[in-house]
Design a protein around this ligand. Sequence first.
Ligand SMILES: *Cc1c(COP(=O)(O)O)cnc(C)c1O
Length: 552
Amino acid sequence: MRNNKTGAAEIAPQDINPPATKLIADWDALMRAFIRPEDEACRKTLVKYMEQILFGLHDFLRQHVGITEAISLKELAECFTETRINENPEKRLADVIRELISDISPHAVNVASPYFVGHMTSALPFFMVHLKTIAAALNQNVVKLETSKVFSILEKQVLAKIHRLIFNFSDDFYRQNVQNIHTTLGSFAEGGTTANLTALWVARNMVFSPQEDFAGIEADGLAAAYHYYGVKKSVILVSRRGHYSLRKAGGILGIGNRNIIPIDVDSEHRLDINCLVDTIQAIKKEGGTKIIAVVGIAGATETGAIDPLREIGEICGREKIFYHVDAAWGGPTLLSERHRHLLDGIELADSVTIDGHKQFYMPMSCGMVYFKDPYIMDNVAYHANYVNRRGSVDLGIRSLSGSREANSLVLDSALKIMGKNGYALLIDHGIITARDFAEEIKRRRMFELVTRPQLNILTYRLCPPHLKQVLLQGSEEERAAATSQLNEINRTVQRIQREAGKSFVSRTTLMRKQDERGVIVLRGVIMNPMTNMTILSEILDEHETIYRAHFQ
Ligand SMILES: *Cc1c(COP(=O)(O)O)cnc(C)c1O
């Protein structure tokens, strides 16, 4: 590793030192690796490295968010072209760790920077790394009781805590269900994607459930189910802002991703209730189509918009349609007394997705899905003779995943360390700072706020006064030309800012209706408690500076 003149580290193949002593794979070395670090000196080194990992792996990146082009992706890729596995050990553990810390990590992205406000990945509370390390060290597998014991029990407890946060049933309900081996209040998954898939899998199996003379869709498949129920297709309804994981679910569940039907959104990018009602009526009138579920979003990925959860829930209740709420992002807002009303109506859902690695600030990766009905996951139960036997506590019986880590240890401990009020501070900071950010954007002549922050996500764009004027008063053609020009400006500014590596906001293209022209917007996600208005103002200044340098 050498430092170039910009101070960024470069990797050169010749920098990888040959080992001092010849490394061989022998039984003694292997045994030592299983028992403890190679020797006392090595142990000290490893502890030192652990310290370095825990106390600031990102020393290099203090100043930069790390999307910098100081070393291009192409150059970096040229350093990673080895495709053969060595016959003998190449490196000692200590060398591998040193290399990871000083050579590789500097080229990672410093998502912990308060200037990194473009994605749903951010700084972690310090203790999360400790908790995750404990989970790794214990290496429990919660697929079954025999490899996890207390951690299966702990998982049921934390699932009940979050279930209560969402659905708030009676003390009695939780007393009966918290450790009930026959009921399931929810399930951990790899992420929001698989959590959504789990919810819709359950919904699909409910709609095409077994009958006296039909074994059900899970057993006999889609063709048999459609034939038995006399339908030609089945659909899932979700706003145009729905996460693309829902379309994946359409593919995997066999109903086809084109049958994830997009519902138009209102001017605030929330599902348009009238459009939903019309779509449901049209489907019913036409016949031959089953609605598997309606999905409401609590914090859309692009805009942070919250669908009218209560109204959707009431419609689903009336029409007897399964109601899933994708709260992968917004779910933890429920921890804030001040802002939980934003998710009003979420308790009407049949199922709710929440990501642990988003606003629970857990390390990658942790998704969760919760079900109102504690027996509904029987629709996806699987048994095997060597694990997950009937009547056992094995969590793998009702779960899309097989083997998986004891993530509940991280979440349950985090809830103890933070308390509702601790998390509420983070949630409130994000929402309030996003609102202040929106005000600052509105104050500046060079900008336009595109979507106000309903939670802690907002979109905006550079929009110089002369183009604002055209958008207000120009002919249709002139407005279209201005939109194209603005799209070009915002695309370019975002790219240059990212490459400069000092700060980062993301960009997306928003459309309200199918036929609408896309508007390229900058997207800010405020979740790092260190991000403040001084930093956000600097980011806006930087946008303006880049604009002036390239477009004036
Ligand atoms: C992030 C997100 C997802 C997908 O979650 P992953 O953890 O990335 O799989 C789904 N829905 C919404 C609303 C999200 O924000």
